[in-house]
Write a protein of this length. Structure first.
Lengths: 264, 258, 269
């Protein structure tokens, strides 16, 4: 061996040094500049510690005195979730077919995709405030909101499943001279059904979670109860509601996971 | 010199995997351990560097008793024991150089390890060894880009970077094709000679064991039942090593006991 | 199993056995009952329901054309929204590292720390960002701090859980190899575990950033900063044309966010 190298450097993640340093510098400048110019009232934030003490002091022990209100709120959330899941899933099926590239003609495909993108892009809370303004406070606005929310997820996943189906089965049905609907029922539905059931159960769970949130802007359910408790500084009741929400979410997640595993 | 005395290893409450085992390895010899699956070869090797905790007995490496070590002193002892694995056990997403330098982790500072600022002499040593086994051109390549034989060479260099006093190889060629397998065995034999290093190899392939090692230890169900020059390994010895079942062996124990 | 002769002799066929049919029927009945119960007992003024399509049409009619006079201000706050999401994601990612370390069975020091890690994850994940925001607005007062902290608190659980699972699923052989070289625990983590979870780490951080972008658009509705404040203001004053502009801006932001995160994911992984 002649001369052996005695230095080594890890090959950099971005090979081009100009781009590399630009990225590092850009990130540093971004965080420093934005961090420094954020509109933060530090004096008010510094108050926070004392306030946190008072809030948590007021929250303990959680108060379950008005458990009637709590249960009513929850039942309403559950109803909202059930109806929204039913409506959302029923609407998702045609939309998913519209948004599946292998079954829908191109213009229809674009419409289907557009509906899904819009439904997915808006946070349920934004959808909720619009519905609250349009149809008034209460659970109906919540149901409409979560229908939109369900379409965003279920239709998207279902469309992806439809795009993956084995088209040979469809061709076989067509070759046997089956009419359009029979083809759908015999060649396409059996292929998407397991996924559809799994998605429905998942979405019911998801809607139950979301219904706790949309209530905060007036769309009914336990969220409305929580927002009221916060608004009236009833922190002990708010904590009780939060604890129950967390408990129900954990149970619902467990049950939905179990059912999906058994079906899956 | 490695001296194992009365080594016992028992998993849970079951039958011991190693039964009062004695073994002595002197000088710079290449020793292979053969035996069917479940004979305890892998457990024996792992007891030496304490990846597996021995139940009782003593293991001495150049005067240091290994079985009683804990924490820092155990790590210091492990630095002196290189190990090559069947599955190579490389960190796939790191470069070959980082994998090789990971053999030095016991020596260098944490800061140097994290910032990848390896000491100059370590880098030179790494390049020398990689040159020696023919992988120097891959220093900057990610480990998962290499072929099996190349990956095992990285594994060997990593172990040698530890500056070991003994090299353990656990089925180093079992994941390789026959040709590559021969190359790796040849490499281990040659390196043992060049670096004056005792090497202990677990191996399934008896032909390779005979060709590349100076001494063969045959194990059956936790016992050493053969220990001699390769030439002495005849048909009859082979049959004794590879026949029987754990159950038959146990009933033999009972007959002896009664 | 019936005999072949029996099978040939039959001319009726049903898809399901009676037991299967009963089970299916029971499940359907349960679903139908649940829906019927919900429909009959939910507190809804049905007259409003029938009027809803007209109301919605009317609303969207009033949104057109979108009013862009305040566009500069909207874009400024939109940028603030992005900053809230980015800062909160960055901080949450850093904070989730020790939590993931504690919550992964193969790295956590002992049982107590394992449960501590899991408790942090469950608490963080089960409370929605908006609920966290309600709390932090009460603590820190309205503004971006409450928003950033709220998103952080929710994200730590999400990132920590996925990262912890990634740590539990690593290939254990390199860990064994590095332990055999006599490397300390910390160095083994740095060399054998960190490189293996890096791809998941980046993927999860990017995914969460994308989600946080959406979440940060609604923080303003409870006073925690971001574009939601303008939206709330526009809606409360029935300034529907401006609300339309804000909604379009949010739509654009979310789509750009998705494109950016898809690009980053492809670059990094």
């Amino acid at each position: 061996m002649s001369e052996t190298r005695d230095t080594w450097q890890k090959p950099p993640f971005i090979a081009n040094p100009v781009i590399r340093w630009a990225v590092y510098l850009g990130a540093a400048v971004y965080f420093l500049w934005v961090g420094a110019t954020m509109p933060i009232d530090w004096a008010r934030v510094a108050d926070g510690l004392g306030r946190a003490g008072r809030i948590f002091g007021g929250a303990f022990p959680p108060s379950f005195e008005r458990s009637g209100l709590l249960i009513d709120g929850f039942l309403e959330s559950l109803k909202i979730a059930i109806l929204a899941t039913t409506g959302g899933v029923l609407l998702s099926i045609p939309i998913a077919f519209m948004a599946a590239r292998n079954v829908a003609p191109l213009p229809v495909y674009y419409i289907g995709r557009f509906v899904i993108i819009v439904a997915r892009s808006f946070h349920p809370v934004i959808v909720a405030i619009i519905f609250v303004k349009a149809v008034g406070f209460g659970p109906f606005a919540g149901v409409l909101t979560l229908i939109v929310y369900s379409i965003g997820f279920v239709a998207k996943m279902l469309a992806e499943r439809i795009e993956e189906i084995d088209f040979g089965q469809v061709e076989a049905m067509r070759a046997a001279g089956a009419p359009f609907l029979s083809t759908m029922f015999y060649a396409i539905f059996p292929q998407i059904m397991p996924r559809q059931i799994g998605l429905t159960i998942y979405q019911l769970d998801s809607n139950l979670r979301a219904s706790a949130v949309v209530g905060i802007v007036g769309a009914g359910g336990i969220g409305a109860t929580l927002a009221n408790a916060f608004g009236r500084y009833d922190y002990d009741f708010a904590l009780a509601i939060t604890i129950v929400i967390v408990g129900v979410i954990l149970i619902s997640e467990g049950v939905s996971g179990m059912i999906r595993k058994r079906i899956g | 010199m490695l001296k194992i005395t009365d080594l016992v290893k028992r998993y849970g409450g079951g039958d011991p995997v190693l039964k009062n085992l004695d073994l002595m390895i002197e000088g710079e010899s290449v020793v292979s351990i053969i035996g069917s699956s479940g004979a305890g070869k892998s457990t024996l090797l792992r007891c030496i560097n304490r990846l597996v905790e021995p139940t009782s007995g003593s293991i001495e490496l150049n005067g240091t008793e290994l079985t009683k070590l804990r924490g820092k002193s155990l790590r210091a002892a492990r630095r002196k024991i290189g190990m090559v694995f069947q599955g190579f056990n490389l960190v796939d997403r790191l470069t070959v150089m980082e994998n090789v330098q990971s053999g030095r982790l016991g020596y260098i500072s944490t800061f140097a390890a994290i910032t990848r600022r390896y000491p100059k002499e370590d880098v030179r040593r790494a390049f020398e060894l990689m040159e020696r086994v023919g992988i120097a051109q891959y220093a900057d390549t990610r480990a998962d880009q290499l072929s099996g034989g190349e990956r095992q060479r990285v594994g060997v260099v990593r172990a040698l970077m530890q500056d070991p006093e003994i090299l353990l190889a656990d089925e180093p060629t079992a994941s390789l094709d026959p040709k590559t397998s021969e190359q790796i065995m040849g490499l281990l034999r040659d390196l043992a000679g060049e670096l004056k290093l005792p090497v202990l190899i677990n191996i399934h392939n008896v032909t390779e064991a005979k060709e590349y090692t100076d001494r063969i230890v045959g194990m059956r169900y936790g016992r050493i039942i053969f220990d001699d020059k390769p030439a002495a390994l005849d048909r009859e010895a082979m049959d004794r090593i590879y026949s029987g079942s754990p159950h038959a062996d146990r009933s033999e124990d009972m007959r002896e006991a009664s | 199993m019936s005999s072949i002769a029996e099978q040939f002799g039959r001319e009726d066929w049903t898809r399901f056995t009676p037991k299967q049919r009963w089970r299916r029927f029971a499940i359907f009945a349960a679903c139908a009952l649940a829906i019927a119960w919900s429909l009959s007992s939910i507190e809804v003024v049905w007259a409003w329901v029938w009027g809803a399509p007209a109301q919605m049409g009317d609303l969207f009619g009033r949104m057109y054309p979108p009013d862009t006079t305040n566009l500069a201000e909207i874009l400024r706050i939109l940028w603030q929204t992005v900053n809230i999401a980015t800062f909160a994601t960055a901080l949450a990612t850093l904070m989730s590292l020790p939590v993931a370390y504690l919550a992964a069975q193969n790295t956590t020091p002992n049982q107590a720390t394992l449960w501590l890690g899991r408790l942090i994850l469950v608490t963080s994940r089960s409370v929605n960002t908006i609920i966290w925001a309600l709390l932090f607005v009460a603590i820190f007062g309205p503004g971006v701090v409450a928003g950033i902290v709220a998103i952080m608190f929710r994200s730590v659980g999400f990132i920590g859980k996925l990262l912890g699972e990634a740590i539990e699923e690593i290939d254990k052989r390199p860990v064994e190899a590095l332990e055999a070289t006599g490397a300390s625990r910390f160095k083994v983590i740095a060399y054998a575990i960190v490189p293996q979870v890096m791809p998941t780490f980046w993927a999860v951080a990017i995914l969460r950033w994308d989600i946080n972008l959406r979440e940060s658009t609604v923080l303003g509705l409870v006073g925690a900063g971001g574009i939601g404040i303008i939206l709330q203001g526009a809606i409360d004053t029935f300034n529907w044309p401006e609300a339309a502009t804000v909604l379009l801006a949010i739509l654009a932001l979310v789509i750009v966010g998705e494109v950016v995160s898809a690009f980053l994911r492809r670059r990094i992984l």
